[in-house]
Design a protein around this ligand. Structure first.
Ligand code: HEC
Length: 244
């Protein structure tokens, strides 16, 4: 394995991914604010809505918004780097060697992004290839709610969760299946025999085949304490609006 031009990869992939997603609608009014219906607008007859369990609330302070942006930046870095490396490997050699490269690099790169950003970050799915990519419970819930719909129906999520130990920023970015992905995640009998060989030997319980273009393959997730002592603020051209 050659040494990774990590900083260069970060900069490049950030540039590639930063402009891919449309900016989202601005944050809605803080949903968990104490309900204070004004006398003019309150519907006197309507009973108050029962509190629905929500996975989180919108960021309410500058510190929370900055934490969400930094958290999302880490998820995008990981996604961009992994995709770039797969594309590079697919161009450089046979699908079989690309599959080996991917298998060798994915965990290592995930660890490096965690280290560089100070954000817990990962790539998860309900149909795992590597059991090490198992989602944390909050990501698992989101994946199960969305897995049967096309990837295009899933939106990025950005939440603040009020933990007893302090507020936590959480981000989920849906990952859709593109034509390129089918070479290693398409129907098993359509895979190149070399790829199948690599998958069979490295991932005996692989559940990540049989996908079609447009399926939701999984999600990038990231999580960080709002008050964490790590670099916060806009990274890689992500605009504060992106934190909505
Ligand atoms: C060259 C083969 C190859 C291609 C092409 C490929 N992948 Fe993968 N994919 C892998 C391997 C190998 C792993 C397991 C990596 C690991 O050990 O963490 C993996 C894991 C994943 C995971 C993590 C969840 C899990 O099942 O372990 C996601 C999500 C994923 N791939 C999405 C994609 C998407 C989206 C594309 C297309 C943009 C793609 N992959 C293209 C080989 C490939």
């Amino acid at each position: 394995m050659r040494p990774l031009p990590f900083a260069a990869a970060l900069a490049l992939t950030a540039a590639l991914v930063a402009c891919k997603d449309k900016p989202d609608a601005p944050a809605e009014a803080e949903p968990d604010a104490p309900a204070q219906p004004s006398p003019e607008t309150a519907e006197p007859a309507a009973a108050p809505e029962p509190a629905k369990a929500k996975p989180g609330r919108a960021p309410a302070t500058e510190e929370e918004r900055a934490a969400v942006i930094a958290t999302e930046g880490a998820a995008r870095k990981l996604g961009g780097i992994l995709k770039d490396r797969v594309k590079e490997a697919m161009t450089a050699g046979a699908p079989k060697s690309a599959a080996s490269t991917c298998a060798e690099l994915a965990q290592k790169l995930t660890g490096e992004v965690r280290e560089v950003t100070g954000v817990a970050v990962g790539r998860a799915s309900t149909r795992l290839r590597n059991p090490k990519n198992a989602p944390p419970p909050w990501v698992d819930r989101w994946l199960r709610e969305h897995e049967s719909a096309p990837a295009s129906a899933a939106e990025p999520e950005r939440w603040i969760v009020d933990d007893p130990d302090g507020a936590v920023a959480r981000v989920i970015l849906p990952i859709g299946v593109e034509p390129l992905c089918l070479q290693c995640h398409g129907p098993k009998d359509s895979l190149d025999s070399g790829v199948r060989e690599v998958l069979d030997s490295r991932y005996p319980s692989d559940a990540a085949t049989g996908y079609a273009v447009g399926d939701l393959r999984g999600a990038l997730w990231a999580e960080r304490a709002v008050a964490a002592d790590v670099a916060a603020g806009p990274v890689d051209g992500l605009s504060p609006q992106g934190a909505g």
